[in-house]
Design a protein around this ligand. Structure first.
Ligand code: ADP
Ligand code: X2W
Length: 294
């Protein structure tokens, strides 16, 4: 019994410090595979709301989009962790993200006793997207070449009115990473990028990125517990990070440089990972701050 009280007391300074603050939580497609983990995640989100923190959820769904494309016989390729998206792929991405996954998460939060509102970046002009321009180095000649990723977007403008309205009404926004461009097209946005842009626009106290690894791992597999933007640039240059970890850490750098206090990459498969990270002194995962002394 006393142990339970001690756990609550350990959380007290965090509760006092962060009451009224916004946390943006990105729930990755890899982390959401297991229904028990999804239930734990929803409980964590509802608990945050109950103690006066305003959680805003941005979800992914990469593996689920991949599975649907496979069913439909459509091939998918990636450049730097971004899915090359033609018109048909954009339609499937919107269907899976805004339709299936978004509503499933809203359902899990309702089951846990919360009130969630599921939207995509298209709703209320939340996220206006522009086309992502990328170049890749030709391995033979080392010459930079432009690659066309199709309808892959990045947030150009974020209008947080809808989020503020929902939060004021006691609701938890659940956001799918789809945006409309000024050109009228639908853009598929990497969910980490979407979460970082929303965290930056809201001036969130924390950005949590829940994924399927314990955090950022060094080449020998050990967990890197604290990183700065300069460390991340080095890890990218020496090839320690690759694939989906690249947009994830770019997002963290963007968010902390825009004023978000800290970003955390952590293992969403661990039950109640976010609560353990946030409310206990022994944090898990990788913490990213603008500078190591902060
Ligand atoms: N240094 C690294 N540390 C940890 N994971 C890494 C690293 N480099 C690349 N990765 C890859 O990044 C993946 C996480 O990104 P991603 O697949 O996009 O996850 P999510 O769907 O949760 O966003 C890991 O599963 C791992 O394969
Ligand atoms: C442009 C781009 O790559 N979009 C992603 C959107 C979903 C996503 O990011 O999901 P995870 O967080 O689960 O990886 C995709 O099509 O897979």
């Amino acid at each position: 019994m006393l142990a339970k009280a001690e756990v609550l007391i350990e959380a007290l300074p965090y509760l006092q410090r962060y009451a009224g603050c916004t946390f943006v939580v990105k729930y990755g497609g890899h982390a959401m595979g297991d229904p028990a983990a999804a239930r734990d995640f929803a409980e964590d989100i509802v608990l945050l709301k109950a103690v006066g923190i305003n959680p805003v959820v941005v979800h992914g769904g990469g593996p689920q989009i991949g599975a649907m494309l496979k069913k439909l016989g459509v091939e998918s390729t990636f450049v730097d962790g971004l899915r090359v998206t033609d018109k048909a792929t954009a339609e499937v991405a919107e269907m899976v993200l805004s339709g299936a996954i978004n509503k499933e998460l809203v359902g899990w939060i309702a089951q846990a006793g919360g009130k969630a509102i599921g939207v995509s970046g298209k709703d209320g002009g939340l996220v206006t997207a522009t086309k992502v321009e990328r170049t890749i180095k030709d391995p033979g000649s080392n010459i930079e070449q432009a690659v066309d990723l199709g309808f892959v977007g990045e947030p150009a403008r974020v209008d947080t009115t809808l989020i503020h309205t929902a939060v004021t009404a006691g609701m938890i926004p659940v956001i799918a990473p789809i945006g409309a461009g000024d050109d009228g097209h639908t853009y598929n946005i990497n969910a980490d990028t979407m979460a970082g842009a929303i965290a930056a626009a809201l001036g969130a106290a924390r950005l949590f990125l829940l994924t399927d690894v314990p955090g950022v791992l060094a080449k020998d597999g050990t967990l890197l517990t604290d990183l700065t933007p300069a460390d991340i640039a080095r890890l990218r240059d020496d090839g320690t990070i690759s694939g989906g970890m690249i947009p994830k850490l770019e997002t963290c750098v963007h968010a902390v440089e825009a004023g978000c206090e800290a970003a955390v990459v952590l293992d969403g498969r661990v039950p109640h990972a976010m609560l353990l990270e946030f409310f206990t002194a022994s944090g898990a995962g990788t913490l990213i701050r603008a500078n190591s002394a902060a």
